[in-house]
Design a protein around this ligand. Structure first.
Ligand code: PLP
Length: 396
């Protein structure tokens, strides 16, 4: 175990939490324990590990020394009692719902969640009797109106995907507490460098570590962090039986990516601010949404609950879908691809891609207009990103 880093700065935590020399060899890079099972010295030890009276490892689906380091790192960054790593962000969400909810329970979710997150609740968990209502959680009155006596979970993303709308974590935690429900924050867009929901009253945080935390567009991964141990135990139990565990090699790659999270986020948001300002004054752009712009309706909330504004921008080119498609077909440096939070800039069209499975009416209601373009700004030289957008906009 490393020394206590709970009060250390963000950069220190990303570099040192879960990262310490291997006890036997001194190796600075964590060993990859690529083993499915772990030998017991005798029968009594095996029994004690299964009974939970002795620590140590049993079988990698239930825990592994390499994934444990990553769990320690993310729990430290988010300020939770512990974490469970998962094979993907969707695995993290499914472990929470499978672990905490049952037939007759109700979820209130943000209307513009990551597309598959909404779909799995609305279509799949529904088959197991989990009810759900999706509203604009940036409007607290809509949340109060949606909450029922059987509401057990409020699920938000802030900033939300792809509308970049913010929700007030502190206020929503209070509504959840009043109802005896849990607030789950999908913190993928902000990352723990910019936002720590548990400190603001949330009960559970999840990430798609595929995005900013890993940051190199080479791993799919997820994690859940809980504020209290009892809650974490319920989620870990579900995780062990669902089989959404992380592979040790995957954990090693994410541990490596995590070390530069602070640096990448700072660079990416410095670039994003410049790109957002450029788009905002461009005559062919109808609107731009970025939390760092004074024109963002929740700029004040962003300053209050975030330490930085992140790398995601959404905007619409005048002329809607057709004009947006022309822009996407003409970018040269930016890559037309889904996903986000990588070191390279990615641009995509949610209406026809990530959010296409949601009926158009519901999409429009959630603020995802037909022409909305989402861009995840990377760490390239900002002049090159601006030049690319400039030339692509000339083609529109
Ligand atoms: C990508 C993403 C997910 C799903 O994560 P996977 O790692 O792709 O399973 C969930 N929430 C948000 C906000 C995401 O961006």
């Amino acid at each position: 175990m490393s020394h206590d880093l709970s009060q250390a700065g963000r950069k220190t935590q990303t570099i040192h939490a879960g990262q310490y020399p291997d006890a036997t060899t001194g190796a600075l890079s964590p060993p990859i324990y690529q083993s499915s099972t772990f030998a017991f010295t005798d029968c009594a030890q095996g029994a004690a590990r299964f009974a939970g009276t002795e620590g140590g490892y049993i079988y990698t689906r239930m825990g592994n020394p390499t994934t444990a380091r990553l769990e320690e790192a993310i729990a430290t960054l988010e300020g939770g009692t512990g974490a469970v790593t998962t094979s993907s962000g969707m695995g993290a969400l499914c472990a929470v719902i499978f672990g905490l909810l049952g037939s007759g329970d109700h979820v209130v979710g943000h209307s513009s969640l990551y597309g598959p997150s909404r779909m799995v609740i609305e279509a799949d968990f529904k088959r197991f009797g989990v009810e759900s209502t999706f509203v604009d959680t940036s409007d607290l009155d809509q949340v109060r109106a949606a909450v029922r006596p059987n509401t057990r979970l409020i699920l938000i993303e802030t900033p939300a995907n792809p509308t970049i709308v913010l929700s007030d974590i502190k206020a929503l935690a209070a509504i959840a507490e009043e109802q005896g429900a849990w607030l789950l924050v999908d913190n993928t867009f902000a990352s723990p460098v910019n936002q720590r929901p548990l400190a603001l009253g949330a009960h559970i945080v999840m990430h798609s570590m595929t995005k900013f935390i890993n940051g190199h567009t080479d791993v799919v991964a997820g994690v859940v962090v809980a504020k209290d141990a009892e809650l974490l135990a319920k989620i870990a139990h579900a995780h062990h039986y669902l089989g959404v565990n992380m592979d040790p090699h995957q954990a090693w790659l994410v541990l490596r990516g995590l070390k530069t999270l602070s640096l990448r986020m700072r660079e990416s948001e410095r670039n994003a601010q410049r790109v957002a300002e450029f788009l905002e004054q461009h005559p062919k752009v109808a609107w731009v949404r970025y939390p760092g712009l004074k024109s963002h309706p929740q700029h004040a909330l962003a300053k209050a609950q975030m330490d930085g504004f992140g790398g995601l921008i959404s905007f619409e080119v005048k002329g809607g879908l057709e004009a947006g498609a022309r822009l996407l077909d003409h970018v040269q440096l930016m890559t037309l691809a889904v996903s986000l939070g990588g070191i390279e800039t990615l641009i995509q069209h949610p209406g026809s891609m990530t959010h296409a499975a949601i009926p158009r009416e519901e999409r429009l209601e959630a603020g995802i207009s037909d022409g909305l373009v989402r861009v995840s700004i990377g760490c390239e030289d900002v002049e090159d990103l601006l030049a690319d957008l400039k030339q692509a906009l000339q083609q529109v």
